[in-house]
Design a protein around this ligand. Structure first.
Ligand code: ACO
Length: 331
């Protein structure tokens, strides 16, 4: 018995916000954004498009790619930091939009590490209960533009909207040694919770006139501190799982770090001694799409025929919490 990825899909909104567009909104330049982050443009959803809409469109594409019907799906997990509402969860809304009426549904909150957390949970559930969970949708979807402070140049240039989906299948015919997760590690350190957060809107600080006036329903980040912790956290997690699996960097078909900043991606690649042409990056076109970022990369590679059966792919991410994770997968 083995769990496998049998399809991928993604969706980004049509509207593109370029660095030149941002120059008209805040005191910034294309040159600053490009050299400090590697980002050239990002996709931004309309006001009437929610995180679940992005997810549902990506899910439909992923199910087509996997040749499964919505009724076959037993489980929908949505990783997101921008849930449509605190409840009902975003996964229930996706279920309703795609007609996956047989699926159990819940969200995972681990900010930009959300997809790896969701993959870890789905892998565990499908392996533990193969009769109950045969097919799962693991979704990373975020509409970060809805919590962006468009007056804060240090954050608003970084983020974009999008969704990516993986279809998992529990295949009783396959041997356990072909399970898609070869090795994984997820971790967190709540002592760093203040570095990256949206202060208001939850039970700790419910919405009020003051929270709106003070822009506390938007993302706040201590960029420099997060940068350092991000590189260290991802590199350590990757080294642990490479050592545990006995896989060396030259055996990796791809390394896919969370797309937060090109300088972070490059620093991680360098410290892992991974060859640069094997380190995937599409941040120039999408910016940081949080939970969606790694799934967007996987779908782009899969659609381009650049993932082959048996390929070893190293995923790693970090995000608010702080949370981090790494997963070595076999395609
Ligand atoms: N345009 C022009 N100047 C700017 C901009 C901008 N958009 N933003 C900041 N600056 C200025 C600052 O004001 C500062 O000016 P000063 O020296 O006069 O004070 C100067 O540029 C340098 O600012 P730094 O913050 O030191 O710039 P840095 O090189 O650290 O880059 C950045 C900032 C891009 C945010 C970087 O720290 C970073 O990428 N951090 C990690 C962020 C991240 O990956 N977060 C992901 C988590 S997201 C999630 O979990 C939802």
């Amino acid at each position: 018995m083995a769990v496998k990825i049998i399809g991928t899909g993604s969706y980004v909104p049509e509207k593109i916000l370029s660095n030149a567009d941002l120059e008209k909104i805040v005191d910034t330049t294309d040159e600053w954004i490009t050299t400090r982050t590697g980002i050239r443009e990002r996709h931004i959803a309309d006001d009437d498009t929610a995180t679940s809409d992005l997810a549902a469109r990506a899910a439909i594409r992923a199910m087509e790619n996997a040749s499964v019907t919505p009724e076959q799906i037993d489980l929908i997990i949505v990783a997101t930091a921008t849930a449509d509402t605190i409840f009902p969860n975003t996964a229930c809304r996706v279920q309703n939009k795609i007609g996956a009426s047989n699926a159990a549904c819940f969200d995972v909150s681990a900010a930009c590490t959300g997809l790896i957390y969701a993959m870890e949970i789905a892998n565990g559930m499908l392996n533990a209960s193969p009769r109950k969970y045969r097919y799962a949708l693991v979704i990373g979807s975020d509409k970060l533009s809805s919590i962006t402070d468009w007056t804060d140049r240090s954050t608003c240039v970084l983020f974009g909207d999008g969704a990516g989906v993986l279809v998992l299948k529990n295949d009783p015919e396959s041997g356990a040694d072909s399970n898609f997760v070869v090795e994984s590690e997820i971790g967190a350190n709540g002592a760093y919770m203040e570095l990256l957060k949206m202060p208001a809107g939850g039970s700790a600080m419910p919405a009020s006139h003051e929270t709106v006036d003070q822009r506390l329903h938007t993302l706040k980040m201590a960029g420099k501190e997060v940068f350092k912790l991000a590189v260290g956290g991802m590199v350590d997690a990757c080294k642990h799982i490479l050592a545990a699996s006995g896989v060396t960097p030259d055996q990796l078909a791809w390394v896919i770090p969370h797309q937060a900043n090109q300088r972070i991606i490059s620093a991680v690649a360098q410290r892992l001694d991974a060859s640069p042409e094997r380190v995937f990056s599409n941040i120039a076109r999408y910016g940081n799409t949080s939970s969606a970022s790694i799934a967007l990369c996987l779908d782009e590679l899969n659609s381009a025929g650049k993932l082959h059966k048996g390929d070893l792919v190293l995923l790693t991410a970090f995000g608010g919490g702080l949370t981090w994770g790494a997963m070595l997968i076999r395609w």
